[in-house]
Design a protein around this ligand. Structure first.
Ligand code: SF4
Length: 49
């Protein structure tokens, strides 16, 4: 998988501001047609336990 930089430090998969998940899924978060990066979100996010 490509290197994915991610600043969501609260995520279980985050290691030193990089994503360590085997794969991620990114979806629209508001509409079905995203127009800005803010309209997308990582659905693979899992809170640290
Ligand atoms: S799973 Fe998503 S939110 Fe979690 S570190 Fe990877 S890219 Fe970031």
């Amino acid at each position: 998988m490509s290197d994915i930089k991610c600043t969501v430090l609260e995520c279980h998969y985050n290691r030193d501001v990089m994503c360590n998940a085997p794969m991620i899924q990114v979806n629209h978060c508001k509409t079905k047609h995203s127009k800005e990066s803010e309209d997308t979100q990582c659905d693979t996010f899992k809170p640290k336990s």
